[in-house]
Each structure stands twice: as C-alpha cells, then as structure tokens.
Design a protein around this ligand. Sequence first.
Ligand code: PRP
Ligand code: URA
Length: 209
Amino acid sequence: MSKVLIFDHPLIQHKVGVIRRKEVGTKDFRTIVSEIAGLMCYEATRDLRLRDVEIETPIAKTVVKELSGRKLAVVPILRAGLGMVDGVLAMIPAAKIGHIGLYRDPETLEPVEYYCKLPEDCDQREVFVLDPMLATGGSSSAAITMLKEHGCRQIRLMNIIAAPEGVARMQKDHPDVDIYIAALDDHLNEHGYIVPGLGDAGDRIFGTK
Ligand code: PRP
Ligand code: URA
C-alpha cells in the first residue's frame, strides 16, 4: 500500500490557506502555488540517497555529500500541474521535464489524453508527477499508467489538495506510488469538485475564468 504524507509544515499550511480564498487573484494564486510546490518538493526529497565524495575546498581536502541514486524527472499534468514546475525546479534544477496533457470530461469526469512528451530516459529516472488537485483521482491515475507504459518504475505523486476519493483511487490503481499532499479535504461535490478545495486550479492559475 502506498504511503500518503500530509505536509504539515506551517509555511505550507499558511500558503494553502491563502490560495483557498476566493478573493485571491491570478497573479498571487500562481505565485503561491509555485512557492507551495517548492516547499513540498523540499519535504518530498528528504529521503533521496547521498554518497560521500572527496573534494578540495580552497583550504583543504574534505569529504562532502552528493546526491546519488536515480536522476530525477518532473512531469506536470497539463494544465494546472504547470503551475508547480518552477517551484519544484528551484529545488531540483537538474531534473528533466516531461508533459502529460489530460483534461477531465465535465460530464463523465473521466480523463481524456491529448499530449504526452517525456524525457527519452524517463524509465531510468525517479519521476515526480505534479498536479495541484487530486479529485476523483482519474487524471493522476491515468498519468501514472502512461508513465508505467513508458517503463517508469519509480514514481511519486505530488498534489496540493486531495479528496479522500482520489487517494482511495490512487491506492487501488497504483499501490506502489507514494502520495505527497498539503491537505486532505472532506469530499467531492456533485460536479467532482473538491470541498472545500480551491475551485478550478487551472482556471485560477491561468486566469481563464
Ligand atoms: C483538473 C486538475 C486535475 C484534475 C483533477 O484538471 O488539474 O488534473 O482536474 O481531477 P480528477 O482527480 O477528478 O481527475 P482539468 O481537467 O480541469 O484540466 P485543466 O488543468 O486543463 O484545467
Ligand atoms: N479539478 C480542479 O481544478 N478542482 C477541483 O476541485 C477538482 C478538479
């Protein structure tokens, strides 16, 4: 069974409280989503492996730590996942970036695929999937299935707000994928929106409504 880690760091919790407010406009919403993503990335990479390497400072030889293990890739789910990319890259600038385009059919709530472009060596990398919202879980689950079809085996999912329904769906479909979230909300409404949530993340990031 996958782990679900809820990041309770005060800075993350404060910022999530800000973006939930309906009066927060596009510019601030976009900035704060990016900041939250950076802070979440900092927490979510806590277990990356390190090795000792010998180096020379201007003064003396010494042993320092350097990241070892798999290289990283980040894969935002379009559109709203794009809002998390800059914040994550601020923490792990060497990561390669893939893109998966999915939109949720408003009637069926099923994800519809329209784009997929991944780093050639993504099967050799540890992949962080980014999407601010885990509602029914259909989009995140479909994106992870696509990554597995491309050979990816080490995958983590990073969402800002999740509904219990989405967590359950992910744990059923992808029990091998750990989920990092900032908030676990109450339920989905009849339109598949997270309650209390923050509304439509894509529209709020890009100002389309
Ligand atoms: C939103 C959100 C997720 C999806 C979550 O995207 O960014 O990708 O809905 O819902 P689910 O867990 O029920 O699949 P949307 O389909 O609105 O597309 P957009 O990002 O292009 O606006
Ligand atoms: N997608 C969003 O952007 N918000 C929700 O609450 C659910 C799905």
